[in-house]
Design a protein around this ligand. Sequence first.
Ligand code: BTN
Length: 243
Amino acid sequence: MKLIKLHTTTSTNSFLKELSKETRLDNFTVVLTDEQTLGRGQVQQKWQSEPFNNLTFSVFVSFNDLKIIHQKYLNFAVSSAVFNTLESLDLPKLTIKWPNDILSDNKKLCGILIENQLKKDKINSSVIGIGLNVNQLIFNELPDAISLKIIKQTNFDLDKLLEKIVVNLKNQIRNLAQKNFALLERDYLSSLYKFNKPSMFRDEINQHLFMGKIVGVSLEGKLQVELEDELVKDFGLKEIKFL
Ligand code: BTN
């Protein structure tokens, strides 16, 4: 793996996206930083992370033949790579919350931001950004966040964790390149938070609470929830809240 280590940057995703425009990058080039000044999350949110204590990095991956309509499998591959790495640490109730948060005991350990460069109907390359809470102990403004150190009461080596994630990412991206879509889907759904369990949600469009169960993810990457009348409704990221 080719590793670019920075002390500080706005966002490793932004840095790597710019770099990929200027240079021909090797597959699995990693940009790692001690500190981000403008860390970005899903849906234009900020990603806050204590400098030096956590992993904030991005990985460049290019594809030969990945169609945009298969985009959701890229998300499955990345989520499962991080999930599998953390699973080996024996953490309590580890799950993937759609689309790609990794939770332990319902608290957020890791966030993922995948940004794709498209060419016609294909994904040419992706910048996969991963923020993993490792040795941070205090999350004042983030009551729903947790770190490995809080859970396991011990410090973790950031470089070793990074190495393991990248190894697992390579394995999962191989599955994607080989079009093992059914395997990727099965692995992802088997770890998915609230999958197939009757649960309460809020429809963010009309502010209604409703009971339903998650039955899958559509080709557009939307969450498919079976309602009480057995109809299945698709929800985008801003359209549903888990209660
Ligand atoms: C989310 O949960 O909303 C996604 C968070 C993604 C954070 C990572 S940290 C490294 C990379 N650089 C960024 O600016 N964001 C991602």
